[in-house]
Design a protein. Structure first.
Length: 94
């Protein structure tokens, strides 16, 4: 018995999904969390909306931080997200 393929949405299972053309084809969710020692770590999720593909985090993704201020952690996560979007626009992965 074959296991069904996991997908965020049925759209991601369709062949011939359009290529991303701008940063508006992505969603960046940047936030932070506080560690037990009081430092702040950036938290990031990057999703390509055309096919609902999760680009970040991935297995082995680097940690963002630690930082002394929550705003610094959030800003670092946002910048990392923009870097990932730019890299995927230059070379989309399917």
């Amino acid at each position: 018995m074959a296991r069904p393929k996991l997908a965020f949405a049925k759209l991601s299972m369709k062949a011939g999904v359009a290529l991303p053309v701008s940063a508006t084809d992505y969603r960046i969710y940047a936030t932070y969390r506080r560690t037990g020692s009081g430092a702040f770590m950036g938290e990031l999720k990057v999703v390509r909306t055309l096919d609902d593909r999760l680009l970040f985090p991935f297995d082995g993704a680097p940690a963002i931080g630690p930082f002394e201020l929550a705003s610094d952690a959030r800003e670092a996560a946002r910048l990392k997200g923009e870097e990932i979007v730019a890299a995927d626009l230059a070379n989309p992965e399917y």
